[in-house]
Ligand binder design. Structure first.
Ligand code: CP
Length: 316
């Protein structure tokens, strides 16, 4: 297995099974720390730079909370308008990260442009963590999701995923790549205009993933061990910020997971959603045995603790 020390976390394409298992094992070691609301001093000499060129609640704050739990410090920005990248100068990614690397030891970057963290990694001599790039990928979210599944269901192998929602979403791409490393079946349900790219489907099939499409969540809900949901009513992920400013459509029934749909699910099945949600996941599901998205949000901190410790060489 390749060492994580000094590594960029840009994509789950090429992330190997042993690496998933290792990251999950390291996460297990750190899990008691946020649960007991403690802090370590493991990264007391290190600084995380948050470079968020696109809106975020969970990804930025989970990384920052993880860094603080590990005893490190945090600096950065959550609004590019406050930087030279977002004003008259339109400073390039290259120039920006060549500055940021002097200000800290690891950078977590979210950007509306697909491939921006990869571009940053070309120029930075410190690790870059992709916090979501346009419609590209969201590797740390899907690591969080698979870790949540491992904690809640004992593992990923042998499970059927029903992935409902917009398949342009970066989480869906990271999920498909990740599941090639496990013995799973992936059933996706998405509108015709949001189907996954043929190349992605072929790539993951060639690596052994059983992937198929269904039209309506009701047709396959009884097969699901994991219901993996994203909205189909979406902002534009190629923008830094997409204000509401317009009527928002209702989610068609094919892509809604509500209590009536879950009445036909296995009693052991779990629902995860990276959040924020729209009407595809009504709040009435929160009180069911299936809901695991709040646990998922908590494990988001644990997973980022593991990743930060690994790339900064504080965990082997
Ligand atoms: N899950 C997720 O990426 O949430 P944020 O957009 O709030 O970071």
């Amino acid at each position: 297995m390749r060492s994580f020390m000094g590594r960029d976390i840009l994509s789950l394409n090429g992330f190997e099974r042993a690496e998933f298992e290792h990251v999950f094992a390291v996460a297990d070691r750190f899990e008691p720390v946020p649960r007991e609301r403690r802090r370590l001093d493991l990264l007391k000499d290190k600084i995380l730079v948050s470079a968020f060129f696109q809106a975020s609640t969970r990804t930025r704050l989970a990384h920052e909370s993880a860094m603080l739990r590990l005893g490190g410090a945090v600096t950065g920005f959550a609004d590019p308008k406050m930087t030279r990248a977002g004003d008259f100068y339109q400073e390039s990614i290259k120039d920006t990260v060549r500055m940021l690397e002097y200000y800290g030891d690891v950078i977590v970057m979210r950007h509306p442009q697909e491939g921006a963290p990869h571009e940053a990694a070309r120029w930075a001599s410190i690790p870059i963590i992709n916090g979501g790039d346009g419609w590209g990928e969201h590797p740390t979210q899907v690591l969080t999701d698979l870790y949540t599944i491992t904690r809640e269901l004992g593992g990923v192998d042998g499970k059927t995923f029903v992935a409902v929602g917009d398949w342009r979403m970066r989480t869906m791409h990271s999920l498909a790549y990740a599941l090639t490393q496990f013995d799973t079946k992936l059933i996706y349900i998405t509108p015709d205009e949001y189907v996954p790219d043929d190349r992605l489907v072929k790539e993951v099939q060639d690596r052994g993933l059983h992937i198929e499409r269904a039209e309506h969540v009701n047709q396959v809900i009884d097969q699901a061990d994991i219901v993996f949901i994203e909205p189909v009513v979406q902002p534009d992920y190629t923008k830094g910020r997409d204000e509401r400013g317009r009527e928002v459509a209702k989610t068609p029934a094919n892509y809604v997971v509500d209590n009536d749909v879950l009445a036909h699910a296995k009693s052991s099945s779990i629902v995860i959603h990276s959040l924020p949600r729209m009407d595809e996941l009504p709040a009435t599901v929160d009180g069911t045995r299936h809901a695991r998205y709040w646990q998922e949000a908590y494990y988001g901190v644990v997973m980022r603790m593991a990743l930060l410790a690994l790339v900064l060489g504080a965990a082997e």
